[in-house]
Each structure stands twice: as structure tokens, then as C-alpha cells.
Design a protein around this ligand. Sequence first.
Ligand SMILES: Nc1ncnc2c1ncn2[C@@H]1O[C@H](COP(=O)(O)OP(=O)(O)OP(=O)(O)O)[C@@H](O)[C@H]1O
Ligand SMILES: [Mg+2]
Length: 247
Amino acid sequence: MAKIYGITSGKGGTGKTTSAINLAAAMNSFGENVLVVDANLSTPNIGLHLGSPLVPITLNHVLNGKTEVLEAIYEHNSGLKILPSSLSIKDLRKIKYENLPYITHQLKSFADHIILDSPAGLGIDVESVINSSDEIILVTQPEMPAVTDALKTVKLAEQLNKNIKGFIVTRYKRRKSEMSLDNIKDMLELPLLGIVPEDKNMQKALTLKNSIIYTHPKSKASKAYKNIARRILGREEKQSFFSRFFK
Ligand SMILES: Nc1ncnc2c1ncn2[C@@H]1O[C@H](COP(=O)(O)OP(=O)(O)OP(=O)(O)O)[C@@H](O)[C@H]1O
Ligand SMILES: [Mg+2]
């Protein structure tokens, strides 16, 4: 059964889009059928990150009933499927967010893993992403404002009766000034899915308009996202069995 994951955080700039793209690319690199959706309709970034900024038909058109969802799905040269949003300000008017759960449900016929990149905040746009998701994945940085806002997102997801799979800590620098992982775990009371270190290759991948999974497959961030993707897909057990076997 196909599954929809909502990548959300509360606070802006924590690494949601980076996580959505790289988790999707990692799953795609394992041979999974994956679709990443730019559900951040006010400040969409997925097309920019993956080198397809301007496309004629977008999620905006689908939400407003102007076209069928299949018409708005594009394919990256890696095979990863993308449903972008419009960069045009005029397409922002009167977006029917309430249609997102129905539209994303339709996507289950086109991919096995659907990853929704959420906007920041706790508004109606974020609520529609949470309502559209089977499971929520929280993204936070190791700092109090980000974790506090992540906690508010937890409460919102609970109010909407949504399961939270766990959280990812991004841009981890191993500095004393950062919040400790134990502190973050104590506050969020959720499983830690993985830690993504600060990695200068992330900016290089952005310049190359591609996922770090493909531009710098051996980088620290790339390895971290692959491990998190394995955990989400439930492939970890197999790995640890083999590593035990070879030990
Ligand atoms: N592990 C990392 N190492 C270095 N830079 C990173 C890392 N993760 C994210 N970044 C950078 O942090 C910035 C913010 O990331 P991103 O756009 O993914 O955040 P966001 O949560 O989607 O933001 P918004 O709330 O505006 O949608 C980007 O410039 C991105 O390249
Ligand atoms: Mg974003």
C-alpha cells in the first residue's frame, strides 16, 4: 500500500525541502517508486532544487480543478517523480488547500512512496499537508526555537489524529552551543530517525540543481539521508542482520 509522508517543522529554514528531496532521492536510488510533491505553495523550492523551475502545469492548477493530477507529474533524469508548484504570484490567489488530501490520495496510483514538502508555520496550508499525510516526519535543527516550534507541530498533528514517525536533526555541527540530542529527545518524546551533519556539499548540490545523493553520493549528508531513508522503509533490520552475520 502506497504511503504519504509529510515533512514538516513549524519553524522556517530548518531543512524541510532539503530533507524531502534527499529522502526521496535516496529511496529512488534504492529502486523505489517515489514522488516528491511541492506542497509549499507560497514559497515553492523543489523545482529550483531539481533544475526544473518553470513548468507549464503545476499543483496549483490541479488544486483549482483546472487539470488532472497526472498532467502535473514530471520525471527527473534520475527517475524520481516530481509534482511542482507554480513560482508565479498570480497562481497563488485562491488556492483550494482543502483539495490537497483528495489530490494526494490520487497520487497513490502513481508511486509507492509520496513525500510532501510542507511550508513553515502552523497555518491552513500546513494543516492541509498534515491532513494529507499518512505519517509525519519532523525536521528540526539543534536549537531551542526550532525544537519549540517542532513541538507545536507535534500538538497540531495530534489534534488532527496523525501519527508522527519521528524526527530528523539537520545541520548538526557537534558544537557545545547546540542543544544536546538527549534534550531534544526529551522535549519531543519521539523516535530520532537520524542526524544530518552540516555539509558544505549541500550548497554545491544546490548550485548543480540536483540532489546531493547524486552529486556527492559519498558525502556525510548523503550517507545520513540514505540511512534515514532505510529506517523509514524498514530496511534496517536486514542490514543489521548481515552486519551481524559478517561479524
Ligand atoms: N545538512 C546541511 N548542510 C548544509 N546546509 C544545509 C543542510 N541542510 C539544509 N541546508 C541549507 O539550509 C537552507 C535551508 O534549507 P531548506 O530550504 O531545506 O529549509 P526549509 O525548512 O525547507 O525552509 P522553508 O521553511 O523556507 O521552506 C538551505 O540553504 C539549505 O541548502
Ligand atoms: Mg522549504
